[in-house]
Design a binder for this molecule. Structure first.
Ligand SMILES: [Zn+2]
Length: 604
């Protein structure tokens, strides 16, 4: 997704599945023209945590108009059912209320009285902080067009529209959408209309020239990123953008806007990419941490990889149901590989820092059940509960590193994965289409001097075999150093929110499961460690690492308002820690491959 989940699992949204409505024969809407949207956000509706949306259009008669809201926001590969947040829906024509009903959960059927102009209004409940959704505070709103802008069912997405924002005179409006007047914007088709999120209200914004284009940095709340923190954020942006654009050879935007929210209710951090902006949501602990440059590098690389260079399964986007692809590991994992490369190529981290980022990903993959990258890409839509929900990020990133090394080795460092990305960008995106799996592997093979990747694909991408680190890394003067440690494990995933630390998942058969810990429990303490302490898991691991197996451990949870003390019995897992290090015996060719990878160069 979009969402790069760090430290804690994101809240699991209950996606309800239904079949594609248009395929099920829901009638097509009557044609509508001259489509305008208005979003109203004042202090009054900010205090109610809502925003109001108005859609005006012209109809040619009494045929019913069917208006649908998307089920998801591209980049966030999950069904969110935005229509569930709609309240006070109403339609009118020439001052007379029109009758309406629903034809499916997110489609409204409106009956016009005749030729004329119809206005549809609704409020949107904006109390969930999620970069794919709309979130209102008394002085601020983030909104996404997928939440507020209905489209005419079955009439395609190829229509232009304008958006007017009504808000307090002193408040700011920031969006990547093309300005068309005072607080008025326009988009030439629906895909664009919903790809430019808005910040409206009181927040900080400044801008700078980077690689010949204007980049804006908008941060809420005002004062959340100031002084040295803001200088550091700008420094990171100025380092990653030039090295990322070098991969593709062009800046694809006129302006780029980084839109960032910091809020104490949010655990970890996540970003959601768009064609000329991205929205980051961070917990306060993330501000100024190494997560920030990494997140910027990841989300900005998406401006090329997925917003433009995109699997054909996702081209064009559809909004009325899930849109799975086996290639999400390329769109997300390889984007994450390039985030690490941008950091080392831009000088944010040194080579050791790059190896450490890679080692973390190897560790994340090692503790997961064997999962194929293609299967994980498809499954993300249903949020698998076995821990592999987002495995295509770290594992896809490692696949990118392995492919890059193999291409450089086979071509004597004359080509790299950068050439694959640039070639496909030109062949697919520049010709107005997505790329296929066959095209990806053909391009990889060609860059690798004709080498076949059929076996690699079958075993490691479609298949579930452990990655061949020991065969591939030495080709780049690298090797894996392994240490085995014994780690106490409770077996839960949790989420910190304003109401405390809540258990979201309990691994079947784990110490927590046998003790009776259940999803939804608020975790109060484990042993002598209070769960409100952000470092409790580290302290727990070091305190109990040398205790005997089955040591009794009191676990205090709050369930249905009452505290309960459960007894867990300590269990250990053996964790093999793999670290990527430089190989002291590297050949001169391997050293050239390594240097090329770290600096973004080839031997020409
Ligand atoms: Zn991403």
């Amino acid at each position: 997704m979009r969402t790069k989940v760090i430290l804690l699992l994101a809240p699991l949204l209950a996606g309800s599945w239904r079949s594609n409505s248009s395929a099920q024969g829901v009638a097509t809407s009557a044609p509508i023209t001259d489509i305008r949207y208005e979003v109203t956000f004042t202090r009054a509706n900010g205090e109610k945590h809502q925003v109001s949306s108005t859609m005006t259009f012209t109809v040619g008669g009494t045929e019913p108009v069917l208006l649908s809201l998307p089920e998801w926001t591209p980049g966030a590969y999950e069904i969110d059912n935005f229509a569930r947040n709609v309240a006070n829906f109403a339609a009118e024509e020439a001052g007379t209320a029109l009758s309406w009903d629903k034809v499916d959960p997110d489609t409204w059927r409106i009956r016009p009285r005749g030729v004329g102009q119809v206005t549809v209004r609704f409020d949107y409940l904006a109390d969930s902080l999620d970069n794919a959704n709309t979130w209102a505070r008394p002085d601020f709103v983030l909104f996404n067009g997928t939440n507020l802008f209905p489209y005419a069912e079955g009439r395609g997405y190829d229509f232009s529209a304008s958006v007017t924002v009504n808000t307090e005179a002193a408040w700011k409006v920031v969006t990547g959408m093309t300005p068309a007047g005072p607080r008025r914007y326009s988009a030439s088709n629906y895909h664009d209309l919903v790809d430019f999120p808005f910040f409206v209200g009181q927040f900080d914004v400044d801008s700078a020239q980077v690689s010949g284009t204007w980049v804006r940095f908008a941060t809420y709340p005002a004062g959340s990123v100031t002084g040295g923190l803001r200088v550091a954020a700008w420094a990171a942006l100025k380092l990653v953008i030039p090295v990322e654009l070098k991969v593709f050879g062009e800046v694809p935007w006129t302006t780029y806007t980084v839109m960032q929210i910091v809020d104490p209710s949010y655990g970890g951090g996540s970003g959601l990419e768009h064609q000329n902006s991205h929205v980051d949501v961070l917990g306060p602990g993330m501000v100024g941490s190494p997560v920030m440059p990494s997140l910027y590098a990841h989300e900005i690389f998406h401006a090329w990889n997925v917003k433009r260079l995109r699997p054909s399964d996702l081209w064009p986007y559809r909004y009325d149901g899930p849109q799975p692809t086996t290639l999400l590991w390329i769109s997300e994992g390889i984007t994450d590989y390039y985030a690490d490369l941008a950091e080392v190529r831009g000088g944010i981290v040194n080579p050791k820092g790059f190896y450490d980022l890679t080692s973390d990903k190897m560790s994340q993959v090692e503790v997961m059940p064997p999962t194929s990258l293609e299967d994980a890409s498809l499954s993300t839509w249903i949020h698998p509960r076995d821990g592999t929900e987002y495995i295509y990020y770290p594992k896809g990133s490692l696949a990118g590193l392995l492919l890059d090394i193999m291409i450089r080795d086979a071509s004597d460092n004359h080509s790299s994965l950068d050439d694959v990305m640039r070639t496909l960008y030109t062949a697919a995106f520049k010709n107005g289409r997505g790329f296929t799996s066959d095209e990806w592997w053909a391009t990889v093979g060609k860059a690798a001097n004709g080498k076949s990747f059929r076996d690699f694909y079958a075993r490691f991408i479609d298949g579930r075999e452990p990655f061949p680190y020991d065969q591939v890394f030495p080709l780049a003067g690298l090797r894996v150093s392994r240490d085995t440690t014994r780690v106490p494990q409770l077996g839960i995933a949790s989420l910190q929110d304003s109401a405390g630390l809540h258990v979201t998942e309990v691994i079947p058969g784990s110490a927590a499961a046998i003790a009776g810990v259940a999803p939804g429990d608020q975790l109060i303490s484990v042993g002598r460690f209070k769960a409100e302490d952000p470092n409790w898991t580290d302290q727990f691991r070091s305190q109990y690492a040398r205790q005997p197996e089955a040591t009794a451990l009191p676990v205090v949870v709050r369930r249905n308002g009452a505290e309960q003390t459960l007894t867990a019995h300590l269990r250990f897992v053996l964790r093999v820690e793999s670290r990527l290090v430089e190989d002291g015996r590297a050949s001169s060719k391997a050293k050239r491959v390594r240097a090329g990878l770290l600096t973004g160069t080839t031997t020409r």
